[in-house]
Design a protein around this ligand. Sequence first.
Ligand SMILES: Cc1cc2nc3c(=O)[nH]c(=O)nc-3n(C[C@H](O)[C@H](O)[C@H](O)COP(=O)(O)O)c2cc1C
Length: 358
Amino acid sequence: MQKNKRLSSTDGSVQGSGCQPNNSPQPKRTLSVAPMLDWTDRHYRYMARLITRNAWLYTEMINTNAIIHGNSDKLLAYHPQEQPVALQLGGSDPAVLAQAAKIAAGYAYNEINLNCGCPSPRVQQGAFGACLMREVTLVAQCLNAMQEAVSIPVTIKHRIGLDKETAYQPLADFVGTLREQTACRIFIVHARNAWLEGLSPKDNRDIPPLRYDYVYRLKQEFPDLEIILNGGVTTNEQISQHLQYVDGVMVGREAYHNPMLMRSWDAEFYGSRQPAVEYEALVEQLIDYTQQQLAKPDHSLRHMARHYLGLMHGLQGARQWRRMLSDAALLKNNNASLIAAAWQAVKNSSPSQFSTSI
Ligand SMILES: Cc1cc2nc3c(=O)[nH]c(=O)nc-3n(C[C@H](O)[C@H](O)[C@H](O)COP(=O)(O)O)c2cc1C
C-alpha cells in the first residue's frame, strides 16, 4: 500500500491543487470493494483499508457536473492511506468526463472508472449509467476522452446486458468494440442484466439472474483484457472459485455488511505474511481516526459510526455493538468514546470469544 504523504494537506487529506498522480506500483486488482453510493465514502474506505492493505477501493459514483461545478475538495479529498483508490464517475459527455477526470487526477486517484451499470431512473434521465450499454460508440468516445486527459488507467464497470436480452453475443460485441476502439483494458462486469424499466435499483441488484459463465467466457475470448467479476459474491470460497476463471473479484454488499470478510484477503489472495488485523487493534485505530475527524468542522459521529455497524458480524455481542452505535441519543454527543463503550459491551458479552485469535 502506498502512503503518499507528499500529497497530504495539513489535516491528512489528499487535496487537489497541483498534486501529481501517484505512479508507484500498485497491487493487482485481484480483489476490490465495489462503488456504492452513500456507503463507500471516505470513512468506510478508511476502515476497509485498516482491514485489507491490498484490495482496491472504489468511491461512490460521483456525477461529473458535481465535480466541475461543485466543491471538488469536499467530493474528492480522501485519506492518503486509502490508496489504491479508484474514483467512479457518472456522466456521458466526453468533454465533461475528460474535464472531471483531469480534476480527479489532481487528487492522485489511482484509476478513473466509468459507470455503465447503474440502472436508476435518475441516472437514466441524465442518459448515463447502464443505458450507455446501448451506445457503444459514445462509450468509446467517453473512455478515449478521459484517457487522453489523464495518465492513470481509465476503466469501465458495466452489466452483462440490458432488459430481457439474454444472449451472450451483444455483451461480447460491446466489450470487443471497446477493446478495438479504446485503450481501456480493465472491465468490471456485474454478472447480471440491468432491467431499465419496472425494477428499482435495489431489485436490480437481486432479481436479474446471475450469469457468471458469461463473465468467464469474456476472459476466455479476450485473454488480454483484465476481467473483474462482480455480483452476489459473499464468501472467500466463492472468490477462490471465480479466480480460477477471471483476473479479479469485486465485492459489494458483503464487504459493507460484513467488513471482516476482508480480514484474510491479504494473506489468502495476495500472499501477505503480515498477520490479519485483530479486533482490538482495529477498534483502537478506528477510535483514533474518528477522534481526528470529529475535530474538523461538519463531521459527526453518526456519519462515521454507521459504517462500523457490521464490524462485529457473526460475533456474540454484535447486536449490542450495532444498537449502541446506531442510538441517536448516544451519537448526538459526538464522542468517539461511544465506540470504546460498544466494544467493551462486545467483550463482556463473551470474553472467551477473544481468548484465541479469531
Ligand atoms: C447501496 C448501493 C449503492 C451502489 N452504488 C453504486 C454506484 O455508485 N456505482 C456502481 O457502479 N454501482 C453501485 N452499486 C452496485 C455495486 O457496485 C455492485 O455492482 C452490486 O452491489 C453487486 O455486487 P454485490 O452483489 O457484491 O453487492 C451500488 C450497490 C449498493 C448496494
